[in-house]
Structures are given as structure tokens and as C-alpha cells.
Design a protein around this ligand. Structure first.
Ligand code: SAM
Length: 337
């Protein structure tokens, strides 16, 4: 079920592991462990002690609790968090630590208390491959979402002529190759009481990996970005299917082979540099794409509707607003040019 800020579903622990392993667009997977009405702190305290903490967490793993309260009789988040912390130490005996990797979240809204455990740990956009990042990198989860919104399913080439650290190109190659996004990283659930390493290892080994039928291309006028993208693709295990080259958008030509998807996250100006010269750059980008990329679809992610318009490309209605590093960006996409 879609809810504000997320999606709710039901499943056992193996489904939690699988969600972390395979979902490309989710930021984190929270596991709801208790939900009850709490009108005052004593009630919260009592119910928190009833949670079977020892079935969920381990006594030797440090834990931290984050709490928030909204429109509720319990309004002091610090006091509420402290009740959950006390329940965890009383029932389980796990140590509390401000820098603990395991996070228990308490949300109280309209007097309804929901206790969840973050099964992901580090945000899921951290696939565990990218060491080198360019200026203003796009989160992998967002890049995957925008590719999907453009109808990309892994069965066509993708070209990003302003590839930065290569996020779109690498995500596209991973999708085409059937690589699970979480194949290389550690997850918080690996330190939970419910974790079964053998089942997890089998789940990861079942990855439907295959050689993609198409290739994935990136270019950037900055040679450092090209080096970064190549290094990131190598670490992600997709270097054989990706090509990166130095070059300005003015000189971009379509790669050999059938048309596919051009995906671009151009500079916006609000974040890097000034907006003025960006209008010329966008006009030039539009001209290059219209004149040379016949049959390709185009997706542009930008915070500036006026910059998107400056390309002169025949965009459909822009996609929903997405928060990106303090900015609000949207996807502008065309059909085949
Ligand atoms: C917002 S960043 C792209 C970030 C990228 N999506 C990522 O995830 O790392 C914009 C990129 O456009 C490149 N760029 C700017 N002007 C360019 C031009 N005229 N031709 C080619 N690349 C250009 C910059 O070097 C920068 O890497």
C-alpha cells in the first residue's frame, strides 16, 4: 500500500532481506515491530516492555533510539525515546550508544505509537561500489527511479552525455545485467537475532545475472569525471558493458547501434555555478539532441523548468517533484525524437 513517504507491505524476515537486496528505489526498509495507542508515558513504557526484543535484536549489539511526536498527548520526543531505551535494556540488555549502527525508531502520531527497526543501516542508495563522486552526484536510488520513469527496463542502450560519476550509466548497466543493487554491501539486519547467514547467502547467489544485449555510454567534458565513472563501473562489476569518454555535449554523437534512452542530469546553477550561461548550454544540448539523436528518447532531471524549456525539446508533462540535495527536481521526458 502506498502511504505518504513510502510503501507498506507484509512479509517475514526473508522478505525484509530480499527487499533490501533487490529494491532499487527504496531509501530504507523499516520493520514495524509494534503499534499501539499511547496516551501517556507510563502506557508507552508498559507496552514497550512487552515487545519481544530478544527475538529481534541481540544483546551484544549497541542500539540507539530515535523518536518523534506529532499531534499527540505524548509530546516530548526525548522522554518517549528514553522509555523505549529502558525497555530495550531491561528486556534485552543491549547497550545504548549514540553512534550505534542499529536504530530503533519510535513515531507517535495522533496518539498512535509505532515502533520500527531500521533493517537497512546505511541508506540504500549506498550500493557499496562508489568511492569516487563528482560534483552534485545523483543518488543511485533516484537515478534508478528516473530511469524507470522513462520506461527503461534494461532492453535498450543508455547514454548520459554529462555523466559526472556515472550514476545513470552504471545503474542502467546493472539493471540490464540483472545485478541486485544490494549484492555488495552490509545491512543492519545481518546483526539482528533473526538473521540466518545460510539463507541470505543462497538468496544472494540466486541473482539472475546475464550479459546485457546492449551497451551503456557516458561522457563528460571533465576528464576527472570520466576517470571516476570508469573506476565506479569497475567496482560495480559492469565495466565490460560501459564506455566512458571525455567530450562536451556540443560534440556528442549517438553511439553505434539502435537508438535508446539519453538520460541527463545537467548542471542547475542553484548548486554549481551561475544560471546565466546555462541557458546557452541547454539550448545547445536541445539542438544537438534534436539534430543527431533521431529515434532516441530523452530524460532530463533538473530543478529549473526554464532550463528544461530552453532545450526546446518536446517534453511531456514533467514528473513528480523529488527532493535532491536541498533542491526540488523533476524529470522532463520526451518520446522518440
Ligand atoms: C550535475 S552533474 C551530473 C552528476 C551525475 N548525474 C552523477 O550522478 O554524478 C553535471 C555534469 O555535467 C558536466 N558538464 C557540464 N557542462 C558540460 C558540457 N558542456 N559538456 C559535457 N559535460 C558537461 C559536469 O562536468 C558535471 O559532471
Amino acid at each position: 500500500m502506498i502511504v505518504p513517504g513510502g510503501v507498506e507491505t507484509r512479509g517475514d524476515w526473508t522478505e525484509v532481506w530480499r527487499a533490501n537486496l533487490v529494491l532499487r528505489c527504496a531509501t530504507r526498509i523499516l520493520v514495524r515491530v509494534a503499534e499501539f495507542r499511547a496516551m501517556h508515558l507510563a502506557q508507552l513504557d508498559k507496552r514497550a516492555h512487552k515487545v519481544e526484543w530478544n527475538q529481534i535484536l541481540k544483546p551484544d549489539q549497541p542500539v540507539r533510539v530515535e523518536a518523534s511526536c506529532r499531534k499527540s498527548r505524548i509530546y516530548h520526543a526525548g522522554a518517549a525515546a528514553q522509555r523505549i531505551e529502558r525497555a530495550i535494556t531491561d528486556v534485552l540488555g543491549a547497550p545504548l550508544a549514540d553512534d550505534a549502527a542499529i536504530v530503533v525508531k519510535l513515531r507517535i502520531e495522533d496518539d498512535l505509537a509505532v515502533i520500527s527497526i531500521d533493517s537497512s543501516g546505511e541508506s540504500l542508495h549506498k550500493r557499496g561500489h562508489k568511492e569516487a563522486v563528482a560534483k552534485a552526484p545523483m543518488r543511485e536510488t533516484m537515478a534508478a527511479g528516473f530511469l524507470q520513469e522513462c520506461g527503461y527496463r534494461g532492453a535498450e542502450p543508455v547514454f548520459d552525455p554529462m555523466c559526472g560519476s556515472g550514476t545513470f550509466v552504471i545503474e542502467a548497466a546493472e539493471i540490464a545485467a540483472g545485478l541486485y543493487p544490494g549484492r555488495s554491501r552490509h545491512f543492519a539486519f545481518e546483526d539482528f537475532a533473526s538473521f540466518k547467514p545460510d539463507i541470505w547467502a543462497r538468496m544472494k547467489a540466486d541473482m539472475p545475472v546475464h550479459v546485457p544485449r546492449f551497451r551503456f555510454f557516458g561522457a563528460d567534458r571533465d576528464s576527472g569525471a570520466v576517470r571516476m565513472s570508469s573506476a565506479n563501473a569497475l567496482r560495480a562489476g559492469v565495466a565490460d558493458w560501459c564506455e566512458f569518454a571525455q567530450g562536451a555535449i556540443a560534440d556528442a554523437v549517438p553511439p553505434d547501434g539502435p537508438p535508446g534512452l539519453v538520460m541527463i542530469n545537467p548542471p542547475y546553477g542553484a548548486r554549481i555555478g551561475n544560471k546565466g550561461p546555462l541557458y546557452g548550454l541547454h539550448a545547445n544540448m536541445g539542438e544537438v539532441l534534436r539534430s543527431r539523436f533521431k529515434g532516441w528518447r530523452v530524460g532530463i532531471v533538473t530543478s529549473e523548468p526554464s532550463l528544461a524549456r530552453a532545450t526546446g525539446l518536446p517534453f511531456r508533462e514533467p514528473g513528480p517533484i523529488v527532493a535532491h540535495g536541498g533542491l526540488k527536481v523533476r524529470l522532463y521526458q520526451t518520446g522518440p525524437l
